[in-house]
Design a protein around this ligand. Structure first.
Ligand code: ADP
Ligand code: MG
Length: 663
């Protein structure tokens, strides 16, 4: 138990014990064992003294019964007890001293001497000296009596001491209880302290843990700080670099500013120069247009190109020399302009039974394209005409010839997406769009509106009709506005176009519409004229200039005639009417061209829908080009000759000086 005492308690106890001992120093000395004893033990401790005292008393009694001689002698010489007589009454609050001394004396003076109280016995009295003996005994008795008295007194003192000791023991018990109470409270306190300590320990652990975390955090922060410092250093270096650059830039800026001032002055001068050059360019453009037109006029406002298609797969190869393309005076490098066709006269050979003689027919045109000519070559020749349309001159390009001679191939090309086989219409459109783009740099803005109609049996049909409009409402040719020369086809679509893809879509649509018609009426496409019209409007807003001109690309109906000797069935009467209608419109076209060439007062435009629709593209201010398409086959020779003769007539025509439609 003592080992578990808190040190504080131990110290306090020691201190109190010392205090008690110090206090007790004024008391009769108690042995250590007595101090530790309780009141009962003290009583027991004191008991032997009493017993001894009683024993002494008994001895005394016994001795009393003995002779009195030695007793009296011992009384005459009082020994140890006399010393004890000095302080027995010295009792009081600190009676312990007396007890101590008594006990000491008891130890020092054991009862043995009391049994022999007379030390100095005079020599043995003779037996007869009874008086002396009595005297000795009396003396001894007296001594014993005194001693008994002293012992009684001592006993009384000891009793008192015992009482005191008991009181003291009670006080000590009380003190002990108090101390035990204190001890308990101290223990409770100690427990509380222990609990507090435990709590504190837990708290310490917690704090240590927290401290650990914080230390880790601090380490991390320190690490981060180091990194940041590094970064800061790098940034500082970069900043310095940037500052240096900035300074350099500022210096450069200053020098540049002066340069800018200089350049501004130069720019102003150049702007003036540019304006002057713009004026010059415009003048040059006008000059170019004039010269271009002159060139076209020199070439002829009406030109005829002859194109012979190649022999197709499965067709008989014509005999050599059937078609010849003599080259020009400059040799083979000269583009051919002549065509020679040989025809054997079968009637004469039948009559004479001689080999059929051949007749050569020579034709000369503005240009002849032999069978191997590419679409691209053909277009190159007409691109100048397309340019004229942009310059404001009406342009009309026809494809004339019998069915199957290559008119549609020349105009539209072969469908299928092969760019090599593209015809004049898509190529002309591409050319127009790109030139218009170039001209925009000179201040010209162009817009294009396309229409595509077919004229069959003197009725006009829209090839761009879509949805419900297909086949609904007859198309009529009317003036666009009252008093205006411009013509328009009612119920036909006029579609603004600005790129090749839009034109492609229109051609595709027209192709589909023709295919539908073909199923309804046999090969109607060959029996009708297809007219692709593009209205070109150009404007130079800065100079207030405008030019409007139509570009017409016409795929004419097959020019073949019906054999007059043929007997016609009921189904073929329609075909005859069709053919007559076609022939009539084609001959009207020829007549119109003739009338224009001869500058006749009356031009029979109204004799056919075709010439009526194209009247403003055929007149004196227009440029016209006719492709005469020829089949390479010998079986088509008579139709080829007819076409060539018609074309030759047209070729001989010269239409008056064209004038651009400038406003
Ligand atoms: P048309 O329109 O005069 O009736 P097409 O243009 O339909 O005649 O031509 C008839 C056939 O001959 C078509 O299959 C066409 O592809 C082909 N053809 C016409 N001209 C050429 C040419 N220059 N090169 C190759 N094939 C051609
Ligand atoms: Mg055709």
């Amino acid at each position: 138990m003592q080992a578990q005492r808190p040190p504080l308690l131990e110290v306090k106890r020691n201190f109190e014990l010392k205090t008690t001992l110090v206090k007790a120093s004024s008391r009769p000395p108690l042995s250590g064992s007595r101090l530790k004893r309780g009141p009962d033990q003290m009583k027991e401790a004191l008991e032997p003294a009493k017993k001894r005292t009683r024993g002494l008393g008994a001895v005394t009694k016994i001795d009393t019964s003995r002779s009195k001689g030695p007793l009296l002698s011992s009384l005459s010489q009082p020994q140890g007890p006399t010393a004890a007589q000095k302080g027995p009454k010295k009792t009081g609050p600190r009676g312990c001293t007396a007890v101590g001394s008594v006990l000491k004396n008891q130890k020092l003076a054991p009862t043995a001497p009391a049994q022999k109280p007379v030390r100095k016995r005079p020599g043995k009295r003779p037996d007869w000296d009874l008086k002396g003996q009595l005297c000795d005994l009396t003396e001894e008795l007296k001594c014993y009596r005194e001693k008994t008295q002293k012992l009684d007194q001592e006993n009384q003192g000891l009793q008192e001491q015992l009482k005191e000791a008991q009181e003291q023991a009670a006080a000590l018990g009380t003190e002990r209880n108090t101390l035990e109470g204190e001890l308990a409270s101290v223990r409770t306190q100690a427990e509380q302290c222990q609990q507090k300590l435990e709590a504190l320990c837990a708290r310490v652990l917690e704090l240590e843990e927290w401290l650990g975390t914080k230390e880790n955090l601090i380490q991390e922060l320190q690490k981060e700080q180091l990194e940041l410092q590094e970064e800061r250093k790098a940034l500082a270096t970069r900043l310095e670099e940037q500052e240096r650059r900035l300074q350099a830039s500022e210096a450069a800026l200053l020098s540049n500013e002066s340069e800018v001032v200089c350049l501004r002055q130069k720019t102003a001068a150049q702007v003036t120069l540019l304006a002057e050059q713009g004026d010059r360019l415009h003048g040059l453009e006008m000059e170019r247009r004039r010269l271009h037109n002159q060139l076209q006029e020199l070439k002829g406002n009406i030109r005829v190109f002859c194109r012979v298609r190649p022999v197709l797969a499965g067709e008989p190869t014509p005999s050599p020399g059937f078609l010849l393309f003599p080259h020009g005076p400059a040799g083979p490098s000269d583009p051919p302009t002549r065509l020679s066709l040989s025809r054997s006269d079968d009637r004469r050979s039948t009559l004479t039974r001689a080999p059929a003689p051949t007749t050569r027919h020579d034709f000369s045109f503005d240009r002849v394209f032999p069978p191997g000519s590419k679409q691209e070559e053909v277009f190159e020749e007409i691109s100048m005409l397309v340019q004229s349309a942009l310059d404001g001159y009406p342009v009309c390009i026809f494809a004339y010839g019998q069915t199957g001679s290559g008119k549609t191939f020349t105009m539209e090309g072969r469908p299928g997406g092969d760019p090599q086989l593209e015809g004049l219409i898509p190529r002309a459109m591409r050319h127009l769009f790109s030139v218009a783009q170039e001209m925009s740099g000179q201040g010209w803005t162009y817009s294009f509106v396309a229409s595509y109609v077919e004229i069959y049996n003197e009725t006009v049909r829209d090839l761009l009709a879509t949805g419900t409009r297909k086949g609904q409402g007859e198309c009529e040719i009317r003036r666009a506005r009252p008093g205006s020369e411009e013509l328009t086809v009612t119920n036909a679509r006029y579609v603004p176009v600005s790129c090749e893809r839009e034109v492609e879509a229109l051609l595709h649509l027209a192709h589909q519409n023709r295919a539908v018609a073909r199923t309804a009426q046999n090969e109607r496409s060959s029996r009708s004229h297809s007219v692709f019209q593009l209205q070109i409007s150009g404007e130079h807003a800065a100079r207030g200039l405008q030019c409007v001109a139509p570009l017409n690309l016409v795929d004419l109906a097959g020019s073949e005639r019906l054999d007059p000797g043929l007997t016609l069935g009921p189904g073929e009467r329609d075909r005859l009417r069709e053919t007559q209608s076609i022939n009539s419109s084609l001959s009207t076209l020829g007549l119109v061209i003739m009338a224009l060439s001869n500058k006749e007062s009356h031009v029979p435009y109204r004799n056919s829908k075709l010439t009526y629709l194209l009247q403003h593209s055929l007149g004196g201010s227009a440029k016209m080009l006719m492709f005469v398409n020829i089949s390479p086959l010998e079986e088509n020779v008579s139709e080829s000759l007819n076409s060539l003769r018609f074309a030759s007539k047209v070729n001989q025509c010269v239409i008056g000086t064209a004038q651009a439609n400038k406003k």
